[in-house]
Design a protein. Structure first.
Length: 228
């Protein structure tokens, strides 16, 4: 896959040398000298118009990489962690990337995307600032099957809902799952009925709701420390 943009590319170049096949440069001096020397045999220089075409008009900032797609982790690997985030029906690369970046920084063990067949991994790598390359991640179609399997080995499931209990007052199981619903519909009633507990974020001012990635950041942070 092709990723572009200075921040995500420098992250990948620094941490994932084995995954990178080609470094495309469209701006002189964009690479620090040490990285330029490390990748000298893989560098190709491009005119800006070709870089624009490869990034499909996106802001490439003069740097693009051809990098192998991250391999999905197995469900068995997912089960080895203690804190799992499940995205049910989320499709927006910006929101998924922001959630992944927060989740990786705050210690979530893995992320599972459900209710979708595939996702734009290159876009998510970019919007997550490279966190996708390090966060254990898989796509699994059926969320109810996933929740059932996790409950069988002691996981407690929590879901974001405006009608839920205040997250500020909650305590959480050591083995925990946070379910985040789609951008427009949230968590469906069917899935909500299968969760152990729903959580809400208290508001100081009257407002409809937070963006899913903003809500995720608050919930993940709280669930990372308020352990029973």
């Amino acid at each position: 896959m092709i990723i572009y943009g200075k921040q995500v590319c420098l992250y990948a170049l620094t941490r994932h040398k084995e995954k990178i096949s080609t470094v495309y440069i469209a701006k002189k001096g964009i690479l620090p000298q040490a990285l330029y020397e490390a990748y000298q045999g893989r560098i190709k220089f491009l005119e800006n118009r070709w870089a624009q075409a490869m990034s499909k008009g996106g802001n490439h900032q003069g740097l693009l990489l051809e990098i192998s797609e991250p391999l999905p982790v197995s469900l068995e690997q997912i089960k080895q962690g203690e804190f799992i985030v499940v995205l049910d029906g989320l499709t927006d690369a910006g929101n998924i990337g922001a959630i992944m970046r927060t989740a990786y920084a705050l210690g979530v063990d893995s992320i599972v995307a459900t209710g979708v067949k595939q996702l734009p991994l290159a876009a998510i790598a970019r919007t997550s600032s490279g966190a996708l390359l390090d966060m254990p991640f898989r796509v699994q179609q059926h969320i109810l099957d996933l929740l059932h399997e996790l409950s069988q080995i002691g996981f407690v499931s929590y879901g974001a809902s405006m009608e839920g209990d205040a997250v500020e007052e909650a305590r959480f199981s050591q083995k925990r799952v946070l379910v985040l619903g789609s951008e427009d519909k949230g968590i469906s009633k069917k899935i909500k009925s299968k969760l152990d507990k729903t959580l809400s974020i208290s508001m100081e001012r009257s407002f409809d709701s937070l963006n899913v990635s903003a809500a995720a950041a608050i919930l993940i942070h709280r669930m990372g420390y308020a352990i029973k």
